[in-house]
Design a protein. Structure first.
Length: 131
């Protein structure tokens, strides 16, 4: 099973403030431990939303909105894709993360749909007449 662990941003990360050298080294060690355990598939940090864009759709047409955005509490600052046996194992890895400090940021863990699983769910819905 693959899971995405998402680290939420903070006012500091969205202002482009880099973490302390100690936190950067702790994150490198954390990523190395997941690599050594064979569970890490990818890990990436994201630039602040000021350099990004969002797409919204109005009356069937895409509207591009350049960052920054007014709402920052749900912004993702980085992510990891891991492959583990269960949600509990994904949570265990997330609990080891040195990223979370003083309740400012949070972590979200979501299972990634695998293509065969998604295809199977679509077929089940079609068979029930839900699509």
């Amino acid at each position: 099973m693959r899971f995405m662990i998402m680290g939420r941003g903070s006012e500091a990360s969205e202002a482009g403030v880099l973490p302390s050298d100690e936190l950067i080294e702790a994150m490198r060690a954390y990523n190395a431990s997941m690599t050594e355990a064979g569970v890490l598939r990818t890990a990436e940090a994201l630039h602040p939303m000021a350099t990004g864009a969002r797409l919204s759709y109005r009356k069937g047409k895409a509207v591009v909105i350049d960052g920054p955005f007014t709402e920052t509490k749900e912004v993702i600052a980085g992510f990891w894709i891991i492959e583990v046996a269960s949600k509990e194992e994904a949570v265990a890895w997330a609990l080891k993360m040195p990223y979370v400090q003083d309740g400012e940021e949070g972590i979200e863990i979501r299972e990634v749909f695998e293509v065969p699983e998604l295809d199977e769910r679509v077929e089940e819905e079609r068979d029930r007449g839900e699509r």
